[in-house]
Design a protein around this ligand. Structure first.
Ligand code: ZN
Length: 309
């Protein structure tokens, strides 16, 4: 499938600088804020500015012009994002304040606290990826978990706004499996905070509908170029690129996927029919057989209509 022709694609250098430039700007602003005792404020401003920047860039240089059209899902996207972020935030705050995380830090002496902060954060990102990767892979390849993750994959377009569209259970699954590798290795709270911040920035970048040239970065980081294949409805294409921030484990386990001879799919989504409303989507995983039966009914109706028309 080929992309719709675009009137003004970005210059090659601009397209190559967008992904690393935006990420580094957010990280630098957050680091500056942390150094002056305003870490949460700096993170919040950086995140908001990144979202606004991507919104503008999506209109200027869209990867898929068709994905700019309203899909009627902004309210469910917003509610899923708000509820999931609040739940993840509660787990992290409560885990820190109630001492749950300390109980999981079985080998705190393992953590190299004498390393520079940037090196500790990179180590934290690599370790966290072990949890993120398997949590994500299980949600695709273990049938009982798929209905919850299907809410995220039911989008028919990718853009920055539906980055956080996750069923609450899916978010709790990801948090519960993503944090333990870091905690068991004794990662301090500061590293957890940085891993969370970088995950938030990369998440927005991964889902954005902007033409970017990530080239060699695709081999190490989860980029939009890789994630668009992950949203393919074709299973051998969609069951790939599970990494959250880094694709180390995809490389290791053979799930890294980036064909160079084809454009990523424009028609994305799932085989099942996801309800349109937020409450319908929250309930859908608990009545999955009915969701599948409804899809089967729609498909048979469509085939009888086409055969008679
Ligand atoms: Zn997925």
């Amino acid at each position: 499938m080929t992309a719709a022709p675009l009137a003004h694609p970005p210059a090659r250098l601009t397209a190559a600088l967008l992904w690393p430039g935006l990420l580094l700007a957010c990280v630098a602003a957050t680091a500056l804020g942390m150094a002056h005792g305003h870490g949460p404020l700096a993170f919040g401003i950086s995140y908001a500015l990144l979202a606004v920047s991507l919104w503008r860039l999506e209109r200027r240089w869209p990867h898929e012009a068709a994905w700019l059209r309203n899909d009627g899902q902004m309210l469910p996207d917003l509610l899923h994002t708000a509820v999931s972020k609040a739940a993840a935030y509660y787990v992290v705050v409560a885990g820190t304040q109630q001492g749950w995380f300390d109980a999981l830090r079985l080998w705190p002496e393992l953590w190299p606290t004498h390393w520079p902060t940037a090196a500790q954060v990179l180590l934290g990102l690599a370790l966290a990826e072990a949890g993120f990767y398997w949590a994500h892979r299980v949600s695709h390849e273990w049938a009982p978990m798929w209905p919850f993750h299907a809410v995220h994959h039911s989008v028919t377009r990718l853009w920055f706004f539906n980055t956080g569209r996750f069923h609450l259970v899916d978010t709790l699954r990801s948090t519960a499996l993503g944090l333990p590798p870091l905690l068991l290795a004794g990662a301090p709270d500061g590293v957890l905070t940085w891993v969370s911040a970088v995950t938030a920035f990369i998440g927005l970048l991964t889902h954005c509908n902007v033409q970017m040239r990530t080239g060699a970065l695709d081999h190490l980081f989860n980029t939009p170029a890789l994630h668009r294949w992950h949203h393919s409805p074709v299973l051998p294409e969609g069951n790939t690129n599970y990494g959250e921030n880094l694709v180390l484990w995809d490389q290791l386990f053979g799930t890294w996927y980036r064909p160079r001879d084809r454009h990523p799919p424009r028609d994305i989504g799932i085989r099942e029919h996801m309800p349109d409303s937020y409450t319908g989507q929250l309930a859908a995983p608990f009545r999955w057989r009915a969701v599948q039966a409804r899809q089967a009914g729609i498909a048979s109706q469509a085939s009888s209509t086409s055969s008679t028309g």
